[in-house]
Design a protein around this ligand. Structure first.
Ligand code: ZN
Length: 292
């Protein structure tokens, strides 16, 4: 089965080396390429991360760089990677938004930029803040989804009220022609995230980040049976397998172990949709980047 991983991180970031090792991986392009080939992963959507904001008076888009220095004029990252341009919302102000938007728009003109990524919990700004509205308008103009980090934040500096999945409801209603993707299923607010997706046809869910590290899938399945039962209950309640996307959150988790858990969680008849087809539909630019 061909797989698209809709949520990875692809950054030459010192903290990711130890994180990758804990997950049984190496944070390198060569290692990732090997692992992708082994598991049939043909493409991954990498989330722009890391602060690159060195210029005063403007908000700088967040990109990816494990494949070398990121360049907009030609693609320096591997062919099996595309990206969502990250918005570091805390650097946006009413005074710099006009100067900042063209920088984001430059990314959206690139065929490898398949979406925008917002981190409201880390940036402590609500999704419905007017500073975010022009980004939803850009997403609509360029026909790309807005991926939102929802649920728990890594580390203690995030503020959860901003990343709660219920905050997606309001922007989904106010921007009905924009597709929103709730990353990490709003975990642990699975019930709330399910309701937001059930109510709003323009909201999808990515299944990344529901486990981290390296583990034996059988052990995980037994040890966390209550958690996995809960997930399965609400996935079944939603029963809309067109709106669930496979993602791992590499390098935070072992790819083989995580694939096995999600394979068990999703009824087999929907694997084609969840592991591949939904990604192509949700990220309309992705199809053109797939290997022939
Ligand atoms: Zn992530």
């Amino acid at each position: 089965m061909k797989i698209i991983d809709c949520h990875i991180h692809f950054a030459d970031h010192s903290g990711f080396e130890a994180t990758a090792r804990e997950a049984g991986h190496l944070n390198s392009t060569a290692h990732l390429k090997e692992e992708f080939q082994r598991h049939g992963i043909v493409m991954a959507v990498a989330m722009g991360t890391g602060s690159h904001n060195e210029e005063p008076g403007v908000s700088i888009p967040m990109t990816i760089n494990l494949g070398g220095t990121f360049r907009l004029d030609h693609w320096t990252q591997p062919g099996f990677i595309c990206y969502c341009c990250g918005v570091e919302s805390r650097t946006l102000t009413p005074g710099n938004i006009a100067a900042s938007l063209p920088l984001y728009e430059e990314h959206l003109k690139s065929p490898h930029c398949v979406g925008l990524k917002l981190y409201p919990g880390y940036n402590q700004i609500y999704l419905n803040d007017p500073l975010h509205h022009p980004f939803y308008e850009l997403a609509e103009k360029y026909n790309v989804p807005v991926v939102i980090h929802t649920g728990d934040t890594a580390g203690h500096r995030g503020v959860l009220k901003y990343s709660h999945p219920l905050t997606v409801d309001e922007v989904a209603v106010n921007f009905p022609r924009v597709r929103f993707v709730m990353a990490h299923y709003g975990n642990p607010w699975i019930v709330d995230a399910t309701e937001v997706a059930a109510k709003n046809p323009n909201v999808s869910i990515d299944l990344s980040g529901l486990a981290i590290g390296n583990f034996d899938p059988d052990w995980f399945w037994t040890h966390y049976h209550g958690y996995l039962d809960h997930l399965q209950t609400w996935i079944t309640y939603l029963s809309d397998y067109d709106r669930l996307l496979y993602g791992s959150d590499w390098p935070l988790v072992n790819l083989g172990a995580y694939l096995e858990i999600i394979r068990r969680l999703i009824p087999e008849e929907f694997h084609g949709k969840v592991f591949f087809e939904n990604a192509v539909r949700t990220f309309p630019r992705l199809g053109a980047l797939l290997p022939s």
